[in-house]
Design a protein around this ligand. Sequence first.
Ligand code: NAD
Ligand code: MG
Length: 388
Amino acid sequence: MRRVSIFGSTGSIGQSTIDLIRRDAQSYDVVALTGGANVDLLAHDARALCAEVAVTCYEDRLPALRDALAGTGIEAAAGEAALVEAAARPADWIMSAIVGAAGLAPGMTALAQGTTLALANKESLVTAGPLLMETAKAHGTKVLPVDSEHSAVFQALVGEDIQSVERIIITASGGPFRDWSHAQLEQATLSQALKHPSWDMGQRITIDSASMFNKALEIIETKEFFGVVPAQIEVLVHPGSTVHALVGFCDGALMAHLGVPDMRHAIGYALHHPDRRMLPVARLDLAALGTLHFEAPDERRFPALRLAREVMETGGLAGAVFNAAKEAALDLFIAEKIAFTDMAILVERVLAEMSSGVGLGKGSITLDTVRESDSEARARVFEASGTN
Ligand code: NAD
Ligand code: MG
């Protein structure tokens, strides 16, 4: 029996993880499930999987969670400290699928416990990549990528020497606004941003895909996870999302990873690693597909990609600022208080403000410094937006 926990179990990645675990429930002991406001779903899954504990990140949802779990013997808890406590419970494998910087502390705690971390929460690597990877190393713990592109690169690298890698190419669908002009992007609405052409994902990452902030985070994630230099990382727009990533080697060979856009592939790979098991994902029919289309990304219409390069150049706490500013700007866009294109404008402005003077790049990365930079960046975005 493997002891597993799922952080962010009520979300898109969390539900796909539960789907895989339920198909083979007798092989797993479920330790913790965590979610947010939807305590009914959280409690339903905790009952179905006989979890030890269910945690909601919202303290005011604890009474409802307790009610929903009454008589089951499953513990109920709430809040940030409870999330960290749940991550400290002995487990073999944990899925980190909380959205946003809130995923960092539980992930770090799990790693320090020696728990294998299946990492969907790319924000952990963007905000504190060196800290996370060093913690894993110090405790001899594995971090396994769950982002589809990074899982693809990870798989293409099996048996290879990272020194022989010339470049890593991650693909981007281009999102719903791939062909839109800047003038059209200025008018893009929330509901338009939520119509992703190929992937079915949580609301926040779907909008980040439309703005290409998701790909910006993934460029940084690639650098932190694989330890390559920024110049080795390329982005290729590939509508349809059939090729997830490619690794180019020193002999000119390109190894590509292909599959249908179904996150259960990357989740399943991380769940069964280092083995491969049968997964309930559709098989690709390349003849039916006929062609694969690729194009270069446009950094003028999608400035997030350029900002990611600046963040990597600055280093230090720039990733924490970038991610937090992006999260705050996204909150404002979701609340329909700012325009779609204002997100990148606000992030760039706050990055510039916080990079000048204090030396953001030299700041050491600890959970405390990340938290401070994160709060300051969010406050500055809010102030700069002029909203209330
Ligand atoms: P989602 O919005 O569907 O689910 C997020 C989960 O996190 C929910 O369980 C929610 O309750 C919980 N949560 C939200 N805010 C929280 C907080 N402050 N504290 C604790 N828990 C909180 O998101 P998702 O699409 O499943 O994405 C989860 C993570 O996986 C993100 O980091 C995303 O970038 C990454 N990812 C997602 C996909 C995808 O296909 N959905 C693909 C690649 C990577
Ligand atoms: Mg991805």
